[in-house]
Write a protein that binds this ligand. Structure first.
Ligand code: GDP
Ligand code: IMO
Ligand code: MG
Length: 420
């Protein structure tokens, strides 16, 4: 059959978890291909609210779930998540790539220390050790999941990297690590997780032609290490291209790309966000949208939808259709703004700048549309207020991309599937 992608088009938290859960009902297998437990995907099913950080959201539809080689895995967090699911009577049918890099305590320590040193110029990371872990992967001194399964090999690898790590911790003024304790701790994780660890690349390639495989992005295009607002980004490639390297799948196998976008924008952490609203509108969106980070509990910065950035994200990902989420949050506003260009040094631009120095100086150029009330909980497109439909059609026309799904509330059933 095919590979289907669910990819975030903004700065993360677009509602990928909810949309993945929605499409997972038709899928056989759901795969994470990048990021780590910096992600926080909230899924509401009936009275229950699940917060997933590492395990693909398809687990809640009892599907096979895979953590690909491009993900960085904190074993303690993974074990906690498995336990959380068990408490809800869900036994995950999980496979974790033997090549996935492992987040070690020194990664978390260095993430925090670097942020402290950067002071007011910090990235605003989740402090989960994501950046330092990916840095070690690229610098060829990472620990991979299969290393935790063989004591001799693991000890050998640790012997190679620990002198460097201890020295760096010293330079940062951090406490030295008890190496033996650390080795014992991680070998114990290996024992507990051993039954899940395997070669996900052969597995995924063995099923992708016959089964429907869903790839669940974490973070979003504007947080991508290459395409985002660098350096205020994460350390992986959330974009569609990340699937090929993060799951070992050929681009030829990807048949459908669903981009997830909120009906407005949010961002956690630092970095430019041209349409940010710091006043009443920002407060309205944050409160009504419950815009508190799933992972770190930080309030998300909020603003109007940015079509310049969205068009850029659709282009990079090759989006076939958009899943537009949280349309209900705009209920009750008199008018709604849509950013259609940036003004930079007296000129209008419609390309998303690569330099954040330029982006910081960009002022949004808005079109203003009339507001509405009554989107919340609607299940059919023709039940939506006329102005809400006009808003959806405006976005779709401007982006020249169809909108396949509209989400009108956090619950599974608050979802409109558009007729194609
Ligand atoms: P993700 O990281 O992209 O999966 O998104 P998060 O789960 O971090 O943030 C999205 C939040 O919005 C979650 O709390 C969801 O339950 C919630 N949500 C998703 N879709 C909708 C929607 O259409 N309307 C409302 N009001 N909330 C939604
Ligand atoms: P989901 O999958 C929103 C942000 C952090 C910070 C930057 C770098 O839930 O959409 P990192 O810890 O990755 O080195 O932090 O990226 N960030 C997210 N923002 N949603 C996420 O994931 C995020 N994951 C990382 O706030 O600005
Ligand atoms: Mg999130």
């Amino acid at each position: 059959m095919a590979g289907i992608v669910i990819v975030g088009l903004q700065w993360g938290d677009e509602g990928k978890g909810k949309i993945t859960d929605y499409f997972a009902s038709q899928a056989d297998c759901v795969v994470r291909y990048q990021g780590g437990n910096n992600a926080g995907h909230t899924i509401v099913i009936g009275e229950k609210k699940y917060k997933l950080h590492l395990i693909p959201s398809g687990v809640l539809q009892n599907k096979k779930v895979v953590i690909g080689n491009g993900v960085v895995v904190d074993p303690a967090v993974l074990l906690k998540e498995i336990e959380m699911l068990r408490q809800h009577n869900i036994e995950p049918d999980l496979m974790v790539s033997d090549r996935a890099n492992v987040i070690m305590p020194f990664h978390r320590m260095l993430d925090g220390a670097e942020e402290t040193l950067l002071g007011s110029k910090k990235v605003g990371t989740t402090k989960r050790g994501i950046g330092p872990c990916y840095s070690d992967k690229i610098a060829r001194r990472g620990i991979r999941m299969h290393d935790l399964l063989n004591e001799e090999e693991f000890r050998e690898k640790m012997e190679r990297i620990m002198p460097i790590k201890q020295r760096i911790l010293e330079v940062y003024g951090l406490e030295k690590i008890d190496e033996e304790k650390l080795i014992e701790e991680y070998l114990a994780y290996g024992k507990e997780l051993g039954k899940y660890i395997g070669d996900t690349i052969y597995f995924l390639n063995s099923i992708i032609d016959e089964k429907e495989v869903l790839f669940e992005g974490a973070q979003g295009t504007l947080l991508d290490i290459d395409y985002g607002t660098y350096p205020f980004v994460t350390s992986s490639n959330p974009v569609t291209g990340g699937i090929c390297t993060g799951a070992g799948i050929s681009p030829k196998k990807i048949k459908r790309i669903i981009g997830v976008a909120k009906a407005y924008v949010t961002r956690v952490g630092m970095g430019p966000m041209p349409t940010e609203e710091k006043g009443k509108i920002g407060d309205f969106l944050a409160e009504k949208g419950g815009e508190i980070g799933t992972t770190t509990g930080r309030r998300r910065r909020c603003g109007w939808i940015d079509l310049v950035a969205l068009k850029y994200a659709c282009m990079i990902n090759g989006v076939d259709e958009i899943a537009l989420t949280k349309l209900d949050v705009l209920d009750g506003l008199e008018e709604i703004k849509v950013c259609i260009a940036y003004e930079y040094e007296g000129k209008e631009i419609t390309n998303f700048p690569s330099s954040i120095k330029i982006l910081e100086k960009c002022k949004p150029v808005y079109d203003t549309l009339p507001g509405w009330d009554g989107v919340k909980g609607k299940k059919k497109y023709d039940e939506l207020p006329l102005n809400a439909r006009k808003y959806v059609e405006y976005i779709s026309d401007w982006l020249k991309t169809s909108i396949g799904v509209i989400s009108t509330g956090p619950a599974r059933e608050d979802t409109i599937k558009m007729e194609s």
